[in-house]
Ligand binder design. Structure first.
Ligand code: NAD
Length: 342
């Protein structure tokens, strides 16, 4: 089987990361790069890559089988459609498009041409998420009923197109799309209700963070929070199950899982001093009836993104990131924008 000849459109932060860190050479062969910025072209040449003069040149190159789109979000639709129509297989960065209407236009052309269109929702492979997924699926702390997922930075919105609404800036479309994708992929139940709020601490035209609270029909509650003005951070994950709780501090899997061992061993909590008062209610869990379990890495039972892309093209495998799942996420994002506008 031969490697897939791919061209990267948009050789900025993520386009170059794909080429340097993510693309396995035995599966994909980077033929070249197309970018509109001189700086990016220079960077590509320095990396030893061929740089195309125009988009047409890329699309007319019959040696190119696939295109990776890693440009700002507002041009994903036009580039995806042009590439699909030119007979190319397409990987598009997240968020796939600015809204569901745009995505539907892309999916219509993918269906019409029969070409593959896959979205790089890479955070399904994040080690911290895989631990939460394992807890959810295997019930080590019982059925989960509350899942809190947060990412919090302190440096504001990066000073590029992410600050501008016309390019699809803002944190809901940036980190929000990852965190929502993880939660909707995990919880197989319709959403019963949602509440949301954006933050504009920095006074910019796009959201610098948001809080989204989802209640699913199966009773699970999920809080998703993104912030960019947090000088101190809450844990990446905090989840509660009927039989324990887990806290994952960051992407490095530090944190703890506390599991209730035997309810019969529970001793009535003694009051503890809390501030200037006393409390039994807020006393820590009884040491006799709980144990702490180390968080260990969970390997995915599914292949890497690029292995899957290769298998979809060469072996007729099903995509791990399915377009109807991507559509559900974008549709929820559309609803959040509508809700908060009201
Ligand atoms: P960036 O600004 O670093 O790079 C974007 C590049 O696209 C620039 O070099 C720019 O010149 C080029 N470009 C803009 N319009 C173009 C056009 N019409 N044709 C060709 N090139 C064009 O941005 P980035 O951080 O690399 O983000 C790019 C995409 O990747 C975004 O959609 C972003 O959401 C996504 N992203 C995904 C992840 C992830 O973990 N999956 C991480 C970062 C960024």
């Amino acid at each position: 089987m031969t490697a897939i000849n791919i061209v990267i459109i948009g050789y900025g932060g993520m386009g170059s990361y794909h080429q340097k860190e993510l693309m396995p050479h035995e599966l994909v062969n980077v033929v070249g790069v197309y970018d509109i910025a001189q700086k990016a072209k220079d960077k590509a040449r320095e990396a030893g890559l061929m740089v195309y003069d125009s988009l047409e040149q890329v699309l007319n190159d019959v040696s190119v089988e696939a295109i990776l789109i890693a440009t700002p979000n507002d041009v994903h639709k036009a580039l995806s459609i042009a590439a699909l129509r030119a007979g190319k297989q397409v990987i598009c960065e997240k968020p796939v498009a600015m809204n569901v209407g745009e995505l539907d236009d892309i999916l219509a052309v993918a269906a019409e041409t029969g070409n593959t269109f896959m979205v790089h929702q890479n955070r399904r492979w994040d080690p911290d998420f895989l631990v939460i997924r394992e807890l959810y699926q295997r019930g080590q702390i019982g059925d989960l009923f509350q899942i809190e997922s947060r990412v919090q930075g302190a440096n504001g919105i990066p000073g590029d197109w992410r600050e501008q609404a016309e390019h699809g800036g803002g944190m809901l479309l940036d980190w929000g799309v990852h965190l929502i994708d993880q939660i909707l992929w995990l919880i197989d139940s319709p959403i019963k209700s949602m509440t949301a709020d954006f933050s504009y601490v920095l006074g910019q035209e796009v959201d610098d963070g948001f809080i989204l609270y989802l209640i699913f029909e199966n009773g699970i509650r999920s809080l998703i929070e993104v912030g960019t003005t947090n000088y101190s951070q809450l844990p990446r994950w905090y989840v509660k199950g009927l039989n324990g709780a887990a806290k994952i501090d960051d992407w490095d899997l530090s944190g703890e899982i506390v599991v209730a061992t035997n309810q019969d061993d529970l001793v009535a909590p003694a009051p503890i001093k809390a501030g200037v008062g006393l409390t039994k209610t807020m006393a820590p869990p009884s040491e006799e009836a709980t144990k702490k379990v180390a968080i260990t890495e969970v390997l995915p039972e599914f292949p890497s993104f690029y292995q899957n892309f290769y298998d979809v093209l060469r072996n007729g495998a099903a995509p791990i990131v399915k377009n109807d799942e991507v559509r559900k996420v974008l549709s929820l994002i559309d609803s959040v924008f509508d809700l908060v506008k009201l």
